[in-house]
Design a protein around this ligand. Structure first.
Ligand code: AHR
Length: 375
């Protein structure tokens, strides 16, 4: 709900000559004042000179943020980034809602924000589909919606003003191209690559993009993609999924985990099965590929447990905040904003990968890089 601050009208309203005219005008002014009290929710003062005061300036911009959950370290960093950007000190009032990985909770939160008459709705959607109705309701209420992190799949793109996040398919393509280059450098034939995929939450943009890139690369390079199952972006579920993969297949040598928390779960399952994680797949190690590059993920990259960690940047708060400032200033904003991201490894055998005509350097992880990671 927008709060209004009292500000005085400069204009003085003079009364007419006749008594009747005066009474009518007085009655009208009283009515206007009463309406003002009801509408603006604060006292409208009428002084001797019959001046009107009206609330017109908002105390702060009111934001409703529907976050999808708290399933990963990445998500925690994303929530903190958004909360810091939309702080009271920065001139905002933030209503935050944790959807606990359920779309119905997020839809309820958006409806609540509409009733609260927030100025902007921010949505980090758990999955891509199923948003049309509630986004139309926000549009009808005149509340701009900005989509954060994962995308929404809606036919009418006017249902949101902008989206900011990662190119998840490119992230997946980078990870796969690194593996392709690595196997060539090490002379490992593609038919000796046996991959299992611990997917993210099914239907989330990050899952759709990363899984699609793996399927494409496996087909193109001739790798064996043994199995795919969701680890729901959590450590516990990924440990369970990896345990079942290990019981079913004895030739797994690459695990494609769709985030760092899944990588931690997979590592736990592999080690408790008495196997070793690492890049030396020719000598029985199981290679872990991961996404996010959280501090914990990069720690496992530095110690060699994660062979490659592909960055997914959660620090979206300042970008979304600057979009809102632009809208407030009447500037136009881009419909889609992709954040730039790097890839990290401790293995120096691949220095650069190419996708299309673009080259991406591999950042060799160091303790200094790790120390500078804030999440
Ligand atoms: O949508 C981004 C993904 O969601 C991150 O990779 C993951 O950690 C998070 O839960």
């Amino acid at each position: 709900m927008t709060n209004f601050k009292t500000s005085r009208y400069n204009e003085t309203i003079s009364l007419g000559d006749g008594i009747v005219k005066k009474s009518l005008l007085c009655l009208s002014l009283v009515a206007v004042c009463l309406l003002g009290v009801v509408y603006f929710g604060s006292v409208v003062k009428v002084d001797d000179a019959i001046q009107l005061e009206e609330d017109v300036t908002p105390d702060g911009i009111v934001i409703g943020f529907s976050q999808l959950g708290a399933e990963s370290d990445w998500r925690t960093a994303n929530t903190e980034s958004m909360k810091a950007a939309f702080s009271e000190e920065n001139g905002y009032e933030l209503f935050f809602d944790d959807g606990q990985q359920k779309q119905e909770n997020q839809i309820m939160a958006i409806r609540k924000f509409i009733l609260q008459e927030v100025d902007y709705i921010l949505l980090a959607p758990v999955k891509e589909t199923g948003w049309e109705t509630v986004l139309q309701e926000a549009k009808d209420a005149g509340i701009p919606v900005i989509i954060v992190d994962r995308m929404v799949d809606v036919a009418d793109e006017s249902l949101y003003v902008s989206w900011v996040g990662s190119d998840f398919e490119l992230e997946g393509a980078k990870a796969c191209e690194w593996l392709n280059t690595y196997t060539k450098v090490k002379n490992i034939p593609p038919e000796e690559i046996h991959i299992v995929n611990i997917q993210g939450t099914i239907g989330a943009s990050a899952q759709i993009g990363r899984t699609a890139s793996l399927e494409t690369a496996a087909r193109k390079n001739g790798w064996n993609l043994l199995a795919m199952k969701s680890g729901e972006y959590t450590q516990a579920k990924a440990r369970e999924v990896m345990g079942s993969f290990l019981r079913k297949y004895d030739n797994i040598n690459v695990v494609y985990c769709e985030n760092d928390n899944e990588a931690f779960g997979a590592i736990e399952a592999i080690e408790s099965a008495g196997r070793k994680v690492g890049s030396d797949i020719q000598n029985g190690e199981i290679m872990i590929l991961s996404f996010d590059t959280t501090k914990a993920g990069l720690t496992d990259t530095l110690n060699g447990k994660i062979a490659l960690d592909t960055e997914c940047n959660p620090l979206l708060g300042p970008r979304v905040e600057s979009m809102i400032q632009k809208i407030e200033n009447g500037e136009t904003i881009e419909k889609k904003v992709y954040v730039e991201e790097n890839i990290f490894s401790t293995d120096k055998s691949v220095k650069m990968i190419s996708i299309g005509n673009t080259g991406y350097p591999v950042t060799i992880i160091t303790q200094d890089i790790l120390d500078s990671r804030t999440y």
